[in-house]
Design a protein around this ligand. Structure first.
Ligand code: FES
Ligand code: MG
Length: 572
């Protein structure tokens, strides 16, 4: 049996190298630790600088117990961690680095299976991408959302209410003192953001993809049931190794279709689009931007969570969780798609119930009948752009307005509140240089704050267009992920102040109303080009030279696909 395990390539036999591998690992392990027991790496993104994941050490201990109990050897492996609110210029710049580093360490080490502990926005996507490219048996334990904090008697949604309150301050409706006072109320407990932002979305989608013990995603971080599920996940990891059930067995095209249904029904983050596309690229699964529209567009919105709705993640859990949501759209799910349990996802929905129909709507009373992400095309976005209609203003979904152009985020901040800025409520705000290559890293800046003078007049939404991303906790009529980005030669670089732009979400169009011949004669102005990143060395240099566009997931070109778990050579 030992010979069947990957780790036996290191530990099996009596030669000098096996001796070295075993001897340095002994340190209290039992004598039979190297004779046929699966070695399970617990990839841990816990870090004090990733506050949303800081509690994962405790989760890891429960995983360890489960691994031991099932006869495996648990081995904690700290991996690159990314705190969404802390790292600059944007955590997205480091997603591929975290994925690459984790993949290489999974492959380089004598491990047979993986338990992936993530939470904050980029950590679950990075770990999934890594696990897909090494294709070792793996499952995810999402760290869970935080409990609901309240301020002045009302719940505060992480992220979303920061945007809302700061706009109130800019509109003169709230004092700065009060704004600052709300700060200590927002983060009530351990865990990641409690809105349906990127972290919540990716946890839920990891489960919809089949990579999480069913029922676990969305369990609040301080809830005892998280540790119970973590324990069970540890046991399951050992079983995965015995069964040889790797990510490429679990996650198929059907799994991605299920994830897109889940994304729409829960009103999840637009960031999921780039993460799922990148993951599909690692697995060699055909998935295109248009699949999100094709599969997701007619899925009803059932979950009433911020940023689009009212409630927060612990309400969703209390109301029945993901299973109750998916049960309502069961007919839209692919019955063949399996999970880490070896059984189909839909099997795990039996017995699911909605306990609070305010939070989770039934299929016949949806919040919106069609909630998916819309993919727009036109001469302003030849490779596509996104909009989340559920988070937009219905009256702006068909709109024509004149462009007010900003060449960089700095340019935007310098001019947006200028009293003489030539802008009105019908204008279309355009921000460029914020794509994967241009910024670099495709930051969450697309939901541009509105001009102060318009806020003071009561304007609360405008059409905004950008080649960057938007925080999953944000809202507004925002066209984002414009591809190709300005810095990759996209026509977004050619827009001039005063150009007419038309948005037609129903017709899926995004048009710059400038004749082709005139557009062909334009070149990007100096200020635009000066805003593009030009890193000299290091990861940023590698990233800018190799990053792909948003419409294919913004992975690095040489990281697409899988290398498997083979290691070519011994170390001594
Ligand atoms: Fe970590 Fe929102 S900042 S999940
Ligand atoms: Mg985010």
């Amino acid at each position: 049996m030992a010979a069947e395990l990957r780790s036996a390539q290191w530990y099996g036999g009596t030669d000098r190298n096996a001796y070295i591998h075993r001897a340095w690992m002994r340190r209290g392990l039992p004598h039979d630790a190297f004779s046929g027991r699966p070695h399970i790496a617990i990839a841990n993104t816990a870090s004090d600088l990733t506050p949303c994941n800081a509690h994962l050490g405790e989760v890891a201990r429960s995983v360890r117990d489960g691994v031991h109990e099932a006869g495996g050897i648990p081995l904690e492996l700290p991996v690159v961690s990314l705190g969404e609110t802390q790292v600059r210029p944007t955590a997205m710049l480091w997603r591929n680095m975290a994925a690459m580093a984790a993949e290489e360490m999974f492959r380089a080490n004598p491990v047979d299976g993986l338990v992936l502990l993530g939470g904050c926005d980029k950590t679950i996507p990075a770990l999934l991408m890594a696990a897909a490219s090494v294709d070792l048996p793996a499952l995810v334990v999402p760290g869970g959302p935080m409990l609901t904090g309240t301020f002045r008697g009302a719940p505060l949604g992480c992220g979303t209410d920061v945007w809302r309150l700061s706009e109130e301050v800019r509109a003169g409706e709230m004092s700065e003192q009060e704004f600052t006072r709300s700060e200590s109320s927002m983060i009530r407990s351990r865990g990641h953001c409690n809105t349906m932002g990127t972290a919540s979305t990716m946890a839920v989608l990891a489960e919809a993809l089949g990579m999480v013990l069913p029922g676990l995603a969305g369990t609040p971080a301080p809830d005892s049931r998280l540790l119970e599920s973590a324990h069970e996940s540890g046991r399951l990891a050992v079983e995965l190794v015995h069964e040889g059930r790797t990510p490429s067995h679990v996650v198929t095209a059907a799994s991605f279709r299920n994830a897109i249904v889940a994304l729409a029904a829960t009103g999840g983050s637009t960031n999921a689009v780039v993460h799922l596309l990148a993951l599909a690229g690692r697995l060699g699964v055909e998935l295109s931007l248009d699949d999100f529209d094709r599969v997701g567009a007619d899925v009803p919105l059932l979950v009433d969570l911020l940023p689009a709705g009212r409630f927060l993640m612990d309400d969703l859990y209390r109301a029945g969780g993901l299973a109750a949501v998916l049960d309502q759209v069961r007919d839209l799910l692919d019955p063949a798609a399996r999970t880490v349990t070896g059984r189909p996802l839909v099997d795990h929905l039996d017995g699911a119930r909605i306990w609070d129909p305010e939070v989770i709507r039934t299929r016949d009373a949806p919040l919106q009948p069609a909630a998916g992400i819309a993919v727009l095309r036109g001469n302003l976005a030849p490779s596509g752009a996104l909009i989340k209609p559920a988070a937009a203003s219905p009256e702006l979904l068909r709109h024509r307005g004149r462009a007010v152009v900003f060449d960089s985020i700095e340019d935007f901040h310098a001019r947006i509140d200028a009293p003489d800025l030539d802008v009105d409520a019908d204008s279309v705000l355009v921000l460029r240089g914020c794509g994967p290559r241009g910024y670099p890293g495709m930051p969450e800046v697309s939901n541009m704050p509105l001009p102060r003078k318009l806020l003071e007049r009561g304007v609360r939404d405008m059409v905004r267009i950008c080649d960057g991303r938007m925080s999953g906790t944000a809202y507004g009529t925002v066209v984002l992920h414009v591809a190709p980005e300005a810095a990759a030669g996209g026509p977004l670089a050619l827009v001039q102040n005063g150009d007419w732009i038309s948005l037609d979400v129903e017709g899926r169009g995004l048009t710059l109303e400038v004749p082709d011949a005139e557009l062909a004669a334009r070149t990007p102005n100096e200020a635009t080009v000066a805003g593009y990143a030009a890193p000299r060395r290091g990861w940023e240099r590698l990233y800018v030279d190799h990053v792909l566009q948003a419409d294919t997931g913004a992975d690095l070109d040489f990281l697409v696909g899988s290398s498997g778990s083979e290691v070519s050579r011994e170390s001594h």
